[in-house]
Ligand binder design. Sequence first.
Ligand SMILES: *Cc1c(COP(=O)(O)O)cnc(C)c1O
Length: 391
Amino acid sequence: MTTFIDPIERARLIVAHDGDNAFDAVVPPIVQTSLFTFPSLDEMIATYRGETSRYVYSRTTNPTVRAFEEKLAALESTEDCIGFASGMAAISGSVLAFVSPGDRIVCVRHVYPDAYRFFETFLKRFGVTTVYVDGTDPDAVAAALPGARLLYLESPNSWMMEALEIEELAEAAKKHDVLTVIDNSWATPVFQQPATLGVDLVLHSASKYIGGHSDTVAGVVCGSASHIATIRRSIHPYLGAKLAPFEAWLLLRGLRTLPVRMRQHQTAALDIASRLSRLACVKAMHHPSLRNRMPAGLHGSSGLFAFEFDDSVHIPNFCDRLKLFKLGVSWGGHESLVVPALVTRAQAAGPNSALDFGVSERMVRLHVGLEGADALWADLEQAITSATRPS
Ligand SMILES: *Cc1c(COP(=O)(O)O)cnc(C)c1O
């Protein structure tokens, strides 16, 4: 009999302690240096020959960044990990490391909008094409795979909250020798470890839950030693979008509380989403845990979900009357946020018109922060009441 390990308890053990820190400090130092010197020319030459390994220059590696990378690799159950300056740098860096002109990417629909724009406006110019498929339809994904170079997944995704059967999709990709990449920002490694389900590269916008305090923009990619070595060698030094020591230190601090924060986000968001579902003015709920079934490998849910109001609620008034939920993009921090789909429509009409977002204008996305479910519910109730047209 296999014993089930509670995902939050598992993560707590990983984030609680480091190995040895200098001076027996509980917290690792911020090694705020651009370069590292050598004790002798012999040592310098041996390093450049690749005979010894040591820190040389912080655009490539840095001890504080490395401490963060090792902790995240442990959380994601992968051999290695590499930090980037942002989630988008992690996305572009990991894709660029593996595609060449003429290659085709298969991407699930409703991915993070800037990932979509990266594929459509940048990669296209270099002869890499992308086709979009319904990730919840394994047959549609399988049909698109033959001849593709890379399968790009995001699950659950951050508007429709579609939760994919990752293991099944990764297995189909493997059959066709297609590299799999997943954006795991929503679930975090606390609730989902896609590498254990057969995915090759697992990336995050660490600006979200991993940082957790809305004070850092950063990204990260986890995978096998050989895949991460390819990224480290072929693209990371030249894009130059490295993770900085101070940001890595903030992320290490964020990781200490990631499991307990995720437990709170999960409980409060489920509570609020369930209460919203019971309102007559809410005609659809997009929350992975409130569907009939969670996919295998997804062991919990975060604080981000979306729902649709019927015509009785004036959405701009609802957003403006909220007090605890602030209007803002991003998510994953301590604070609760609201953003209506009307905003993404406005953006699609502007300079970034490449995006066909395809979500209903009646949709509203909430991020449930750490304020406490009862206070947040009271805020939502008063905003809904004052934004509802008398019938
Ligand atoms: C925010 C976000 C990104 C991009 O990350 P940045 O750190 O802002 O570059 C990628 N994927 C998802 C799902 C996101 O929410």
